[in-house]
Every structure is written in structure tokens, then in C-alpha cells.
Design a protein around this ligand. Structure first.
Ligand code: ZN
Length: 338
């Protein structure tokens, strides 16, 4: 009865911080494709928010790979997690790896070429998601952006609606010059044809053969900061704080508890200079709380200052609450004076 297992296709989803990888991933997971997909999410930082922003679809499994970058510091975790998935009786039909925004996809791909995995996995595609509006600026500053595009065989130029046709052409020309053989798709809000991203066969670009050395550990190049609290935020103060974050912070995101909407989780994000806030699922059985993660260049921001800024955004006790406290104080005064 035992037949030799066919290799499981894997897609590596790459793209710089804020490009829209999680949005593309959510589109894939909610589309009608009938596949059981396992997703490995590598969020860079102590709290794994990306994994929580990935929609929970019953048939699919989402595994967090936190506490480091899968292309360098936690490559071992990527290897062992993948092996565990493959050894299960209910193996997934497809694996998607969402690499951290600062990782090198070639190093991630090389992990799947190690002897332990080589015959079990087939690399279907490396998909790079690009922020159409910010790419011109990012490519000057951040070496990873160009490297991620250079490794990909499919490029999704996301947020295409934010730039005019002439700018669109410039971005596409620039990408074509880097990877002439890649397929380039444009997208708004991460909407892409599913068939192009899943089950398309074999990664074609002969890049991996030339690369045997792994990238240096670049975790040190980036600084993360996080904030947790059980107290509610004031929505307007929080939005203001997100908009005021220094330019050296490339990405900030959080699941937060708002005084104005205490019954539902709010998702707050900053990509580039754009802050957004939307209401999500009800808290349900989970006690309301807030988690925020920020990523920027190493030594480019002051953690203590950020903590103070976000502390200042916590909602003040409501009027009624203040009155209640006053009543207790008055009662005490009265009682103690007797
Ligand atoms: Zn890395």
C-alpha cells in the first residue's frame, strides 16, 4: 500500500516590510482551490502578529516561526518544522512560506535543497510582492528589496492604483531589467489570479545553483520593539502616534483594544507613511488586550521614547469611572474623619 510520497510543492512568498505579503496570502487561503495548505509564517520580532493577521481557514494550518529570521538565525526551525509537516499522516497538499520582510529568499530556498528535504519538496515558485508606490524610494535605501526581486520568478506589483501609468511603466521596466524572465503581475489590495501562484510547476530561474554560501546573519541590522497592555487605547491618540512615528521605522502593526470599540479587535498598521485602522473580529472569550510591533533600522529609534509615546495614548478613565473613584475617596474621607 505504501507508495513513494510525491514531493510537495512549496511557494516562498517574499517582499519587503509593508509590501502586502499577508494580504496576498489571505487571498490565496480564502480562494476556492480545494487544496490543504500549510503556511509557515516568519514574522520578525518577539510577538508574531502576522500569523494572527492570516485568516484562519479550517482546512489550512498556520505555523509560526518567530524569534529570528528563517534565512539565517532560525534556519534549523524551518527545516525541522517542514519535516514535521511532511511526516504527518494528513500531509498538506501545498506549503507556503511567508518569509520575513528582511530575509533573503535564496537562502530560504536553499534550505529546501538540503539533503534532508531535497526529495520531499519541490520549489514551485518564489513570489515577490512589491509596494508599487514605495519601491522607487526603497530600492535606493535597502539592499534586500533588489535581492528579493532578483530571486523571484513571479513579481506581484501591489498597490498599483496608487501610482499613475507613467510611474507604473517605470517600475515595471526597472523590475524587468533585474529579472527579465520573471512573470510580472500588477495588483490592487493583493488581488492576483490564484492559478498563477499555486500549482504552477517548477521554479525556473537558475539562481540556486550559483549560491552555496548563506547570507550573514542580518538580524542585527534591524531593530524591533514591542508594546503590550491590557488597558484600552484612545483611537485618535493611537492613530496620531502611528502617523508620528519616525521615518526610520519601516513597519508597525498591532492588534489593539480600543476604548471606542471595546468589543472588537482593532488592527492597526503602518506601511511607509500610511497608517490604517480597521475593526476585526470580536474579542469573544479572549480578554481584550493590545500588542504592537515596530520594525526599523538598527539603532534608529529610541525604545524608551516609543514606550512613553504609546503610554500617552492609553484612554483616560471615563467620566463615570472618575466619579466613581471620587465617590470612593469621599466615602473614605468621610469614614476616616468620623
Ligand atoms: Zn535572515
Amino acid at each position: 500500500m505504501m507508495s513513494k510520497a510525491t514531493p510537495i510543492p512549496i511557494t516562498i512568498l517574499t517582499g519587503f516590510l509593508g509590501a502586502g505579503k499577508t494580504t496576498v496570502l489571505n487571498r490565496l487561503l480564502t480562494a476556492q482551490h480545494g487544496l490543504k495548505i500549510a503556511v509557515l509564517v516568519n514574522d520578525f520580532g518577539a510577538i508574531n502578529i502576522d500569523a494572527q493577521l492570516v485568516v484562519g481557514v479550517e482546512a489550512n494550518e498556520i505555523v509560526n516561526l518567530a524569534n529570528g529570521c528563517i534565512c539565517c538565525t532560525i534556519r534549523e526551525d524551518l527545516l525541522s518544522t517542514t519535516l514535521e509537516l511532511l511526516e504527518r499522516p494528513d500531509r498538506p497538499d501545498y506549503i507556503i512560506v511567508e518569509a520575513s520582510g528582511v530575509s533573503d529568499p535564496v537562502s530560504v530556498a536553499l534550505t529546501f535543497r538540503l539533503p534532508a528535504l531535497r526529495s520531499l519538496i519541490s520549489l514551485a515558485a518564489i513570489v515577490a510582492v512589491v509596494d508599487a508606490e514605495r519601491i522607487q524610494e526603497q530600492r535606493q535605501q535597502i539592499v534586500q528589496v533588489g535581492d528579493q526581486i532578483a530571486a523571484a520568478d513571479i513579481i506581484v506589483v501591489n498597490k498599483i492604483d496608487l501610482i499613475d501609468p507613467a510611474q507604473q511603466q517605470r517600475v515595471i521596466n526597472w523590475i524587468q531589467a533585474i529579472v527579465p524572465r520573471a512573470r510580472i503581475l500588477t495588483a490592487e489590495y493583493g488581488v492576483v489570479p490564484i492559478d498563477l501562484l499555486l500549482g504552477i510547476g517548477q521554479y525556473q530561474i537558475d539562481l540556486l545553483a550559483d549560491r552555496h554560501e548563506f547570507a550573514h546573519q542580518h538580524d542585527q541590522d534591524w531593530q524591533t520593539w514591542h508594546y503590550q497592555t491590557a488597558n484600552p487605547f484612545s483611537m485618535s491618540s493611537l492613530q496620531h502616534a502611528f502617523q508620528q512615528l519616525p521615518n526610520s521605522i519601516f513597519r508597525a502593526k498591532g492588534i489593539v483594544y480600543l476604548a471606542e470599540a471595546p468589543e472588537r479587535q482593532a488592527i492597526v498598521q503602518l506601511a511607509g507613511k500610511r497608517a490604517s485602522l480597521q475593526l476585526g473580529e470580536p474579542w469573544g472569550a479572549t480578554p481584550p488586550h493590545s500588542k504592537i510591533v515596530v520594525i526599523g533600522r538598527s539603532q534608529s529609534f529610541d525604545s524608551a521614547q516609543l514606550t512613553a509615546q504609546f503610554d500617552a495614548c492609553l484612554a483616560q478613565p471615563t467620566h463615570e469611572l472618575r466619579e466613581e473613584i471620587l465617590t470612593v475617596a469621599e466615602w473614605r474621607r468621610k469614614y476616616q474623619n468620623q
